[in-house]
Design a protein around this ligand. Sequence first.
Ligand code: ZN
Ligand code: ZN
Length: 256
Amino acid sequence: MHQLKIVGNGEAFSATNFNTSYLFKLIKGSILIDCGYQIPARLWLTGDHQEIDLILLTHFHADHAFGIVPLMVRYLEEKRTRPLHIWGPVGVRKYVMELLQMGYPNVSKYFQYPLEFAEFQEEIQDHRTFGGISIRSAPAIHSITNLVYRLDFDAGSFSVSGDGKPTELARELIAGVEIHFQETYEMEDRIPSHCSFEEVLQLVEANVCAAVGISHIARHQIEAMTKEYRRLVENELISERRLFMTYPGQEFEFNS
Ligand SMILES: [Zn+2]
Ligand SMILES: [Zn+2]
């Protein structure tokens, strides 16, 4: 059985929803997708951090990556020896090592565990495998390089958007996926580097994937978006199976 847990579903500065992050629990070990500054304490609370073998970063923004330093240094305190894999866009090694050096200068020389980095190219649909999991990437339109990841495994599939609007390559990548989690920052399509509720409705109407989960809503838009979503569901204009709102702590099981 594989289980996916939403650690957080918030934007950068949300007081209640925590930065958007997903924990994918395998039979042995787990994969963490994004690790913003609000995430380590959420993982420490449940002990979930101990199982993480791979951290996938969608992009190098603080609300998606700054939690990685405290996580790494706590592993040192806990005498971790198992390798920690960190995969992300091109430059991921430099980004993480500089962040670590800024946070705790020279601490990495005490690490008893190896760090294994790997990069996904931005312009193409890139592909790597981890354990039995196929991980593919495609670009999204954000203020900096951002990768959409799709994970396929024997029991199912899901994809996460990171931040940004899906490109043509990203739409091809997520075609037919069981659940796609989409950053949905605003109601209307006004910000060029973020996806909107309007665009998510188009994605659902175009039948690109089986279901879409909404995350990373701007904190001042949560109420309006939730209200509009409920109105659409109540009037049977949208099915809850096809489009749903996420929440921190939400879990999904894949057993097919
Ligand atoms: Zn973000
Ligand atoms: Zn961002």
